[in-house]
Design a protein around this ligand. Sequence first.
Ligand code: HEC
Ligand code: HEC
Length: 220
Amino acid sequence: MKKIGCNAILLFLLTITVAEVSANPPPAYEGRGLYVSYCQLCHGLRGKGDGPLAKAMKITPADLTTTVRSRSDTILTKIITGEGRQTITGRDRHNLLSDAMPEWKDLFSPSQIRSLIAYLRFLGNTKYALMGDPKVGMEIYQAYCQVCHGVEGEGDGIMTQLMGMMPMDHTNPNETNRLTNPELVTSILDGKGRFMPAWRGILSQGEVEALVSYIRLLAH
Ligand code: HEC
Ligand code: HEC
């Protein structure tokens, strides 16, 4: 009788998680994909302005890790779509940019531009570099972690209701930034407290590093 009860709970869990898996990817995660395809060639993977094409350019690509901080979302949108070469602040016209930065006018949808900006902000704010491939990280997260940490990573997965636990909210940078990359890796490999399982032996070092990258992007 008890066994049937357990199986019923398991089945219930499976249906819920399968139905929930298809959440929208976090904006900074989506933005990173676009950035790798369209921007890193000049601006470099980490946004420092040192991409493989940078040396061939007459005008050095901007170091986005420092410039983006002082730009509003509106200005960044204009810069990316090409309208921002001239911008008006108060009564003055400023020439923000030369023609060396391509215009991406019709290429990106508004939501893709928002995602790109989320990733630019990540590059400008983060203390920690991405250590593994976040694409791999997202797949593993959906398979192993969201049942407790939630589809969106907010720490409200289906298991929390069953077991009365409070997993870390991975979307909150104040929580995730407390831990360095190696500390996150250790927490995932060795577990934490009563309910956060140890994944050593189940996930490889590389897979855990990919997870850490995904968690960093979730928090932006
Ligand atoms: C062909 C090379 C090239 C590519 C590709 C490129 N950029 Fe640029 N970008 C530049 C250069 C060069 C500048 C600096 C222009 C200047 O200072 O006049 C720049 C400047 C910028 C700035 C302005 C920085 C500031 O001053 O605030 C932003 C933002 C930016 N790029 C974002 C992007 C994004 C997002 C992408 C991808 C969608 C991208 N760039 C792709 C070359 C490039
Ligand atoms: C059975 C539920 C459960 C699963 C599955 C789970 N977690 Fe957790 N996780 C928790 C709980 C609960 C905490 C809070 C632990 C504490 O602070 O006592 C936590 C905390 C964490 C922390 C913070 C650790 C720290 O040092 O503060 C990280 C990082 C984390 N989880 C990552 C993951 C990743 C990545 C996965 C998937 C591979 C995962 N978790 C799967 C329940 C879970």
